[in-house]
Design a protein around this ligand. Structure first.
Ligand SMILES: CC(C)(COP(=O)(O)OP(=O)(O)OC[C@H]1O[C@@H](n2cnc3c(N)ncnc32)[C@H](O)[C@@H]1OP(=O)(O)O)[C@@H](O)C(=O)NCCC(=O)NCCS
Length: 177
């Protein structure tokens, strides 16, 4: 197996340089057609504002933010959202799994998800939940990583250039491994 060209880490402080690099990844994914909350055109200012909010959530302990870095900076990211109702302390939502197009199809998405699962376990979580565009690259990724497919919600959101996409909900129980 070849050595990965990235390193993974959890960010606890997210400075402006990191926010800019995270914005680059988000912009690249949305420009590539990913349905991840944003419509085109997506300005850098809006992308930066999104990551500033995330950084606030990280600082407040409501989120865990993981990143992968290559020679050019951040090339992938994923989040665990812990800020959930008080009757769900044992679980987290997985959100904004994003891999820059320059780093795709080399196993980074899988590595980010395994790192997110490990972080969730370390934080005492036993259940993860996410949803993703039906029929997209990410749906195959999660199924391959043994996430359980719950079902599909038709016409749940829009693609960045318009047109409905359905979403598929997945969960994963985190046992001791
Ligand atoms: C979904 C996404 C995160 C996957 O990231 P990725 O880094 O390409 O994921 P992986 O490399 O682990 O797997 C992707 C594919 O590459 C293949 N692959 C992995 N390592 C490989 C390697 N060394 N050589 C060749 N192929 C490889 C995998 O088998 C998989 O194949 P498949 O798509 O045919 O099933 C990425 O496409 C992305 O960011 N998409 C846009 C944003 C998005 O939709 N995010 C999901 C939000 S829920």
């Amino acid at each position: 197996m070849s050595t990965p060209i990235w390193t993974l880490r959890r960010l606890h402080d997210v400075d402006d340089q990191l926010i800019n690099q995270l914005a680059d990844v988000l912009l690249d994914c949305v420009e590539g057609g990913a349905s991840v909350s944003f419509m085109l055109p997506l300005t850098r200012e809006r992308a930066v504002a999104f990551w500033r909010k995330v950084a606030e959530g990280v600082a407040a302990g409501g989120r865990a933010l993981l990143v992968a870095e290559d020679a050019h900076g951040i090339c992938g990211t994923v989040q665990l959202i812990y800020d959930l109702p008080e009757n769900q302390p044992h679980r987290a939502d997985v959100a904004k799994m994003l891999v820059h197009r320059r780093a795709r199809r080399q196993g980074l998405g899988a590595a980010l998800m395994r790192a997110a699962e490990a972080t969730a376990r370390e934080c005492g979580k036993s259940l993860l939940v996410l949803d993703t565009v039906t029929g997209g690259d990410a749906e195959r990724l999660y199924a391959r990583l043994d996430w359980v497919r719950v079902g599909e919600i038709p016409n749940y959101a829009l693609f960045p250039r318009g047109g409905f996409c359905s979403t598929t909900v997945f969960y994963r129980k985190l046992g001791v491994e």
